[in-house]
Design a protein around this ligand. Structure first.
Ligand code: SF4
Length: 275
């Protein structure tokens, strides 16, 4: 029996009898070495088989539902909980991106892993298909008890047509609340009034920041966000996102202890501390 204690931070048995767990820094180092050696998937699978583990991130994207359909959304992430998350690859979808490309977390960490990049590319290709709206709506309708959707944990609205697809999804699912931070403010302006359950916050630091006051005046966006390198540089009076305060990033603060951005009422000013 192989001792998995040094590799896993926690172990438990899922309802289906699979042993699942998250990797410790040692486990992550080992996986990184395997990826760099170019034998990532195969050796990981062998290691996984040896340990009787399911992968923390499935090698074929986000996995399948019980009926065998590929899932396009995942549940939360390391700091976000209580919502469905849809992502796209960066920087190819960042139509309004600016200086943020230098520090974008979508270009770092696990987003550089081959299987994660492949899943994001698949999601992007899916957005181009005619079935995208109906597939997302069907997947949401199957969701139980989770009525929040974070549009683009990474990625952005890369075209007006794509933005309108999300508006169609939101209109078809009025019981859900959708939240997107975007720098594609030119598309937001062209797209007209968003559905009332679609909260858009302008992410400053892009090429179309000058459109933000007009969008706010028209009610197309519900506020502004900015990324600051340090907590002391947050604009005065702005709400500092507690999920990005150093030391709290991994505690699933967003959606559990704070839902400021999800609130439908009011205009928001949020500062994210760069991490
Ligand atoms: S301010 Fe609150 S709701 Fe908004 S991203 Fe941060 S933790 Fe989440």
């Amino acid at each position: 029996m192989i001792d998995t204690a040094p590799i896993l931070t926690r172990r438990f048995t899922s309802p289906r009898g699979l042993r699942v767990g998250s990797l410790t820094s040692e486990g992550r180092e080992r996986r990184k070495d395997e990826e760099e050696a170019g034998k990532g998937d195969r050796s990981s699978l062998i290691c996984q088989k040896r340990l009787g583990l399911r992968r923390a991130w499935p090698s074929r994207g986000l996995g399948m539902d019980r009926e065998g359909r590929e899932k396009m959304m995942k549940y939360g992430n390391y700091k976000l909980t209580g919502c469905r998350v849809f992502s796209l690859p960066v920087p190819k979808t960042c139509a309004g991106g600016g200086a943020c490309k230098k520090y974008c977390y979508g270009l770092k960490g696990r987003y550089r892993m081959r299987n994660v990049r492949a899943a994001l590319e698949r999601a992007y290709r899916h957005t181009l298909s005619k079935k995208f709206v109906s597939d997302i709506v069907n997947e949401l309708k199957r969701a139980r008890k989770i009525y929040r959707v974070r549009v683009h944990e990474v990625g952005d609205f890369y075209s007006l047509r794509y933005l309108k697809k999300w508006y169609k999804v939101a209109r078809a699912c009025p019981e859900f609340t959708f939240l997107a931070y975007t720098k594609s403010l030119h598309f937001i302006l062209q797209g007209g009034q968003p559905p009332s359950n679609f909260i858009i916050l302008a992410s400053l630091g892009g090429r179309y920041d000058n459109l933000a006051p007009e969008l706010e005046a028209k009610g197309y966006i519900r506020g502004l966000t900015v990324v600051v390198p340090d907590i002391s540089q947050a604009p005065r009076g702005w709400y500092i996102c507690p999920a990005t305060i150093p030391g709290r990033e991994h505690r699933k603060v967003c959606g559990r202890l704070c839902d400021y951005c999800w609130r439908p009422q009011g205009y928001k000013r949020v500062a994210f501390v760069q991490h």
